[in-house]
Design a protein around this ligand. Structure first.
Ligand SMILES: Cc1cc2nc3c(=O)[nH]c(=O)nc-3n(C[C@H](O)[C@H](O)[C@H](O)COP(=O)(O)O)c2cc1C
Length: 156
């Protein structure tokens, strides 16, 4: 998304949302917040960031996207049908101008033994990949590019 926006001539600042982050959103034309799901939840630091920047976020065009593997499933692959996106939007007063969801990646070799086994079990139950040596990227990069194109026109 950064590459697509920069290719279109925009300056993009990317930063990780952590609890210690001090970030003045005022100078930015548009704010995009993305967060992945770990064990059913977006990171609490992301929710706290949204809550503490509520006014700044409302004062300008903004976008939110979630990355999770449930979104690989038809019927859970849209912002209005993905359960994690729906929960996040219910938990916050923020109404992003644009909301998206993308299927992420299963990368067993990078996981510790515990996560690997738990995620293999979840994947087995949901008919996903279970090869402990395998990596599967479910991301539809065309959808990511399309989202970036929508972000680009938000402040116009
Ligand atoms: C420890 C762990 C737990 C996860 N739990 C979920 C989950 O509950 N639901 C889901 O849809 N995806 C889950 N995922 C999949 C991630 O959302 C997906 O791999 C995403 O691409 C991770 O992006 P990140 O590495 O940038 O955090 C989990 C992944 C990991 C590593």
């Amino acid at each position: 998304m950064q590459a697509a926006l920069e290719a279109a001539g925009h300056t993009v600042t990317v930063t990780e949302i952590t609890d210690g982050l001090h970030c003045d959103l005022q100078p930015f034309d548009t704010v995009v917040i993305g967060a992945s799901i770990r064990y059913g939840k977006h990171r609490p630091a992301v929710l706290r960031f949204i809550a503490s920047h509520q006014h700044a976020l409302e004062a300008k065009p903004s976008a939110f996207f979630s990355v999770n593997v449930v979104a690989r499933k038809p019927g859970k692959d849209r912002a209005d049908t993905n359960p994690y996106v729906r929960t996040l939007l219910r938990k916050t007063a923020w109404k992003p101008t644009l909301v998206g969801v993308f299927a992420g990646k299963i990368d067993y070799p990078r996981y510790g033994a515990f996560d690997r086994q738990v995620i293999r079990l979840i994947m087995w139950l949901t008919h996903g990949p279970t090869d402990p040596l395998g990596t599967t990227e479910f991301t539809n990069w065309q959808a990511v590019d399309a989202f970036a194109a929508q972000v680009e026109v938000l402040h116009k």
